[in-house]
Design a protein. Structure first.
Length: 149
């Protein structure tokens, strides 16, 4: 979920904390439940500071250098679901809006550096014709049938 690196100075240790964003978001939902984006950003920041304080010693205090948050911006665009035969507009989903707000809230935090990558948009449905037959849209008598796709 995170990693620490130490930069030594005269009397204090400066600490950089690296956060795997995708893992953190999933783990935080599992442990703490769903929260608004702003609250989740505050939770992450406070968790990092709490961890920093708990590891500090009187003789060697630790100071936050920076929190590096690694993640990708949410995927935008439109996907076609071959089973339901509907388009999914990713920009309009709740996950897209929440993630965008979460990253915006993190950008406002002092000593937080976002390192954002890009997601490649490939077709998420790579199904053979035989599998499409098995996974058809209509179900009847325990079997799945496919209409002409």
């Amino acid at each position: 979920m995170w990693a620490c690196f130490f930069i030594y100075t005269m009397n204090t240790h400066k600490v950089a904390i690296l956060v795997d964003g995708g893992f953190y978001r999933k783990r935080a939902i599992t442990l703490c439940g769903s929260k608004p984006a702003e609250d989740r950003a505050n939770e992450l920041f406070n968790y990092c500071l709490q961890h920093l304080r708990s590891k500090s010693e009187k003789n060697n205090p630790r100071e936050l250098y920076r929190i590096f948050y690694y993640d990708c911006e949410p995927l935008s665009g439109c996907l076609f679901n071959p089973i339901s035969k509907k388009n999914i507009v990713l920009d309009k989903t709740d996950v897209y809006k929440w993630t965008f707000d979460f990253l915006a809230a993190l950008k406002q935090k002092r000593k937080v550096a976002l390192r954002l990558g890009r997601l490649a948009m490939h077709s998420p449905y790579i199904l053979s014709y035989q599998k499409l037959k098995e996974l058809g849209a209509e179900k009847s008598a325990g079997k799945i049938f496919v209409q002409k796709i």
